[in-house]
Design a protein around this ligand. Structure first.
Ligand SMILES: Cc1cc2nc3c(=O)[nH]c(=O)nc-3n(C[C@H](O)[C@H](O)[C@H](O)COP(=O)(O)O)c2cc1C
Length: 248
């Protein structure tokens, strides 16, 4: 139990560049896939497929795809930003503004939207993949849904369970992992569908880059709310307003 608690706490987003020459051993990749296999899913539907991309030519092709952004992203991203470490620690949620390019640290996108503005657009996917040797792309069948689940919320939760199982396993194996949501942006997904022959009824849920940091692990401020702030004993009315705490 102590081991599991340690792995849960130390699991993190490893956003630094990875060593392209250091490929995860097949057995470790298999362990990550095996963890996905045993993830709980609503109605045990297991509505996911995983595309493992480790061929350098395919990785390079994906890297040339342009990611997309939107006015919504800029606005809603801004709402999650803190501008000092103290602010982030006190909030206990969100991210430091300095993790994003200066042009994204503003409350609104320009009135004509971010399209065609290189400072606001996501760059090419290789800027996000940062020389990783492996990408896992998790896709699901949009023709199905968990029974009576409006918007397939239960199906989407299930995809999150798949992610967490894989992430904890990667952490336990000393492998870096970063989720790359940009793979499911409309602009990127369309091109990825073509490159990877993803059928029309399958949607990209998310992608993960895997590998080992090229120059040591990245260190950044990780914060969480104290548990008293989100647990409610017997009634929702009782809640504490304790400040957040840093994890690392
Ligand atoms: C569904 C989901 C999507 C995410 N998308 C991204 C992403 O596109 N890029 C990124 O760097 N991190 C992404 N993250 C990572 C979160 O930002 C991260 O988990 C959170 O800030 C907490 O940090 P930690 O993972 O280091 O504990 C995503 C996480 C989840 C669960």
């Amino acid at each position: 139990m102590a081991d599991l608690a340690d792995i849960i706490r130390s699991r993190h987003s490893e956003r630094v560049a990875y060593d392209p020459e250091r490929r995860p051993p097949d057995a470790d990749l298999q362990a990550i896939i095996e963890a996905a296999r045993w993830a709980p899913t609503a109605h045990n539907m297991q509505n996911f497929e995983i595309i493992v991309v480790d061929d350098t030519a395919v990785l390079a092709g994906i890297g040339r795809v342009r990611g997309g952004t939107s006015a919504e992203f800029i606005r809603e991203n801004y709402a999650q930003l803190s501008f000092t470490e103290e602010e982030l620690i006190a909030k206990g949620t969100g991210l430091l503004a300095t993790m994003f390019p200066p042009s994204w640290r503003q409350p609104e996108a320009p009135p004509d939207g971010p399209a065609g503005r290189p400072d606001l657009e996501h760059g090419f996917l290789d800027e996000t993949m940062r020389s990783c040797p492996v990408v896992l792309i998790v896709v699901y069948d949009t023709r199905k849904r968990a029974p009576a689940s409006e918007g397939d919320v239960l199906g989407l939760i299930s995809l999150g369970c798949v992610l967490e199982n894989m992430w904890l396993t990667a952490e336990s194996l000393g492998m870096g992992l970063q989720v790359m949501s940009v793979f499911s942006s409309v602009q990127a997904a369309e091109q990825l569908r073509r490159i990877l022959s993803i059928p029309a009824h399958m949607e990209i849920a998310y992608a993960c880059r895997l590998g080992y940091p090229a120059a040591g692990p990245g260190r950044y401020l990780r914060v969480r709310r104290p548990s008293q702030r989100f647990t409610h004993r017997n009634t929702f009315a009782a809640q504490s307003s304790q400040p957040g705490s840093r994890l690392g």
